[in-house]
Ligand binder design. Structure first.
Ligand code: FES
Length: 120
């Protein structure tokens, strides 16, 4: 029997709503910048809190711009820190060795689910 999505999870979007190799932000409030963001690489989607561990600013300088030019890292627009798309660890920049806050995700039938309070 297939596991049901717990009540404490909410649907974020469909996997295909996040362009492959890029990110998509989900502001906590309409028009805001903070919240959470998803990065997709093929079938793998990871979700993070949109707050840089350096000084806490959102990572994107324009909506949905979370990836470095080469598409290999998450980048913070404020001071250019680079983060692993797999672990969220800062590998280059002023917060080297710190981590983005991961958001628990579950993908079911092509839909990404996150905790109700994620990024709020
Ligand atoms: S705020 Fe992100 S690198 Fe400084």
């Amino acid at each position: 029997m297939e596991k049901l999505i717990p009540d404490e999870m909410r649907a974020l979007c469909r996997v295909e709503d996040v362009p492959d190799g890029q990110g998509k932000g989900f502001p906590a409030v309409p028009g805001g910048f903070t919240g959470i963001f998803a990065v997709r690489q093929g079938d793998v989607v990871r979700v993070w809190v949109n707050s840089c561990p350096h000084v806490g600013t959102p990572l994107d300088w324009t909506p949905d711009r979370f990836m470095s030019r080469d598409g290999q890292h998450i980048i913070c627009a404020t001071h250019g820190a680079l983060f692993s798309t797999e672990t969220g660890e800062c590998t280059l920049g002023p917060c080297r060795g710190d981590f983005l806050d991961p958001v628990v995700t579950e993908i079911r039938d092509g839909v990404i689910y996150v905790p109700q309070d994620a990024g709020l």
